[in-house]
Write a protein that binds this ligand. Structure first.
Ligand code: AMP
Length: 511
C-alpha cells in the first residue's frame, strides 16, 4: 500500500510488526544491499554489520528511487536508513574534481533543530568517508561565514535547518537547481516549530523531478497533508506504531501539588538510584531551576534548553553520554533529535502541552530488547493534559502511590531557601513560565517570563511567615543565557565513533 490518504489511523499503517521486522533485519547484513565497497568499509569502521529494522526496510526502497514515508523516531537508526542509499545513488556522479561546479547540491536533508542537523551530518560524513562525495551542515544561531565557504566550495549533500538554509539561499550561497533527493527528517517536529511556510518556500525552489523521503514519529492530519503535497506514490515504512507507546515501557503517573514536584523528582531519583535519566520540563526556567535544585541535593544534574549556547548543549550531552552527568533536565525543543535513545528511565517533571510530545519523550526508553520506565508527575491543573495523552496512546496510565515521600516543606527542610507561607510554598517563577519555543533556523529564543517573580500572596489566616535564608539564585528573574561563547567550528563535519546501540535499536544481536 502506498497511498498516504489511507493512513486514517496510526493502526492503518501497513507495518511489519516490530518483532517480525527485527527478526528479518537480523538475517540481513549491509553487504546484502549491493552497497559500494566504500560505503561498506565505512560501516565496518562504525562497527555496524546488521541493519536495524527501519534500515532493512528503507534501504532497498530508496535504492529503487521511490519516495518514502517513514514512521520512525530518533534512535531507530533511521539516519543510516536514508543516508546510505542516498550516498549509494550519488556515487554515480561522484568525482574528485576541485571545481565547485562539479559538486552541485544533489541531496538536501532538512531537520528541525541544529542538534539533529549536526548529528545527521556526522553520520553522513562518516558514511561518505571513503568516497569523493562532500557534505556539509548549515544551521542557525552561529556565524554564516564558515558555512558559506563550505557551500561555495561545492558540496553534494547539505544538511540544514530551514531558516538558515533560506538565509543562504537569499544570499545566493547555495543553488538548489540540481537537487535530486529531498529528505524531511522529523517532519512532525518541523510543523510543531512553525516551519511549514519555510518548507514550502524551499520545496518551491527544488526541481520538480526528484525523490522525496519524509520521516515522522507521529501522524497528525497536518503531517498527512504535507506528505500528500510533496510525496509521489510513497512507500510507507514503519518500525514502531506511530502513536503507540513502546510496549516494554512501564508507565506511571504520580499526582502531587505543584510546589512539591521538584521534591518528588529528587525523591524518585534518590529512591530508585537512577542514573542516565532525562527529566523533561515544559519551560526553560523550570529546567534551569530543577537542575539547580537537584545539584543542591548533591546529584550530578544539568539543564539543556534553547537559551543554552550550542557549545553548552553539546558539552552537556557529551558529559551525559560519558556518565559524568546522571540527570539531564531538558525541554522538548532542546532534547528533540538528540541521539539519546536507550535510557532506563524518562521522567516528565511536567506533562507536555502537546500529547504527541509524550510519545516522543517516552520513546527515549524501552527500545525493543530493553525495558524502560516512564514516570510522569502532574498536579491538579494538568488533569486535562493527562486526559489528552491517554486518548492519544489509547490506554490508561497507572496512577502510582507515593509511599515514603515526604516533601521538604513537610519535613521542615529549608535547603532551597524558598519563602514558606504557613504550610504552603511555591517555587517562584514556575506558575506562569512560558513554554519553550524555537524560532526560525533553530536558533534560540530569548525571553523573559511574566511568572518570574516570587509569589507574595499568603493566607491571611495563617501564621506570619518566618523569613528564611534564601538562595539568591532562586529569586533572580529569569535571564536568558548570553550567546557569547564562541560557536563551534561548523565545517567540515567530523566523523566520530558512535556508541554501538544496535541491540537496543530494535533488538538486534549484539555486535
Ligand atoms: P538514529 O535513529 O539514526 O539517530 O540512530 C541512533 C543510533 O544508532 C546512532 O548512534 C547510530 O549511530 C546508531 N546506529 C545506526 N544504525 C546502526 C546499526 N545498524 N547498528 C548499530 N548502531 C546503529
Amino acid at each position: 500500500m502506498s497511498d498516504i490518504e489511507n493512513i486514517s489511523t496510526p493502526e492503518a499503517v501497513p507495518a511489519a510488526a516490530p518483532a517480525a521486522a527485527t527478526e528479518a533485519a537480523e538475517q540481513v547484513r549491509f553487504a546484502d544491499f549491493g552497497l559500494s565497497p566504500d560505503i561498506l568499509r565505512a560501516l565496518t569502521a562504525q562497527g555496524y554489520v546488521h541493519p536495524t529494522p527501519i534500515q532493512a526496510q528503507a534501504i532497498p526502497v530508496v535504492l529503487q528511487g521511490r519516495d518514502v514515508m517513514g514512521a520512525a523516531q530518533t534512535g531507530t537508526g533511521k539516519t543510516a536508513g536514508f543516508s546510505l542509499p542516498i550516498i549509494q545513488l550519488l556515487l554515480a556522479t561522484a568525482n574528485s574534481s576541485m571545481s565547485p561546479a562539479r559538486h552541485p547540491v544533489r541531496a538536501l536533508i532538512l531537520t528541525p533543530t541544529r542538534e539533529l542537523a549536526v548529528q545527521v551530518a556526522e553520520n553522513v560524513a562518516a558514511y561518505c568517508k571513503f568516497t569523493p562525495l562532500r557534505s556539509c551542515v548549515v544551521f542557525g544561531g552561529m556565524d554564516m561565514k564558515g558555512q558559506t565557504v563550505a557551500l561555495k566550495a561545492g558540496v553534494e549533500i547539505v544538511i540544514a535547518t530551514p531558516g538558515r538554509l533560506l538565509d543562504h539561499i537569499e544570499q545566493k550561497n547555495i543553488s538548489l537547481g540540481q537537487v535530486q533527493m529531498l529528505v524531511m527528517d522529523e517532519a512532525d517536529r518541523m510543523l510543531d516549530m512553525g516551519f511549514l511556510p519555510d518548507l514550502q518556500r524551499i520545496i518551491n525552489l527544488l526541481p520538480k523531478q526528484r525523490q522525496n523521503l519524509m520521516f515522522s514519529a507521529t501522524f497528525s492530519g497536518e503531517i498527512k497533508k504535507l506528505a500528500n503535497s510533496f510525496l509521489k506514490d510513497p512507500q510507507l515504512i514503519e518500525v514502531a506504531r506511530s502513536n503507540a507507546t513502546a510496549e516494554r515501557v512501564t508507565q506511571v503517573v504520580y499526582k502531587v501539588s505543584e510546589e512539591h514536584k521538584r521534591d518528588l523528582v529528587a525523591h524518585i531519583l534518590r529512591q530508585r538510584e537512577l542514573k542516565q535519566v532525562i527529566v523533561f520540563s515544559n519551560t526553560k526556567i523550570g529546567a534551569s531551576r530543577l537542575s539547580r535544585s537537584l545539584e543542591q541535593e548533591g546529584m550530578k544534574a544539568t539543564a539543556i534548553h534553547g537559551d543554552k549556547t550550542q557549545q553548552e548543549r553539546m558539552a552537556a550531552l557529551e558529559s551525559f553520554k560519558k556518565g559524568e552527568i546522571d540527570v539531564l533536565v531538558a525541554t522538548d525543543v532542546a532534547a528533540r533529535g538528540l541521539d539519546i535513545s536507550d535510557l532506563p528511565c524518562v521522567i516528565n517533571y511536567d506533562l507536555p502541552y502537546n500529547a504527541e510530545d509524550y510519545v516522543h519523550r517516552i520513546g527515549r526508553t524501552g527500545r525493543a530488547g530493553a525495558s524502560g520506565d516512564a514516570i510522569s508527575i502532574y498536579s491538579d491543573k494538568d488533569e486535562r493534559l493527562l486526559v489528552d495523552i491517554e486518548k492519544l496512546i489509547k490506554q490508561t496510565i497507572k496512577r502510582g502511590e507515593l509511599d515514603g515521600f515526604a516533601p521538604s516543606s513537610a519535613r521542615g527542610d529549608e535547603r532551597h531557601g524558598e519563602r514558606r507561607h504557613g504550610s504552603s510554598r511555591r517555587p517562584e517563577g514556575e506558575t506562569r513560565a512560558a513554554p519553550e519555543r524555537s524560532n526560525g533556523g533553530g536558533s534560540s529564543a530569548g525571553g523573559s517570563y511574566a511568572g518570574a517573580r516570587p509569589e507574595r500572596s499568603r493566607s491571611s489566616s495563617g501564621p506570619m511567615p518566618r523569613r528564611e535564608k534564601v538562595d539568591p539564585w532562586f529569586l533572580k528573574p529569569y535571564e536568558p543565557a548570553q550567546s557569547s561563547a564562541p560557536a563551534p567550528a561548523p565545517l567540515p563535519v567530523s566523523s566520530k565513533p558512535k556508541q554501538k546501540l544496535a541491540a537496543l535499536l530494535g533488538g538486534l544481536r549484539k555486535l
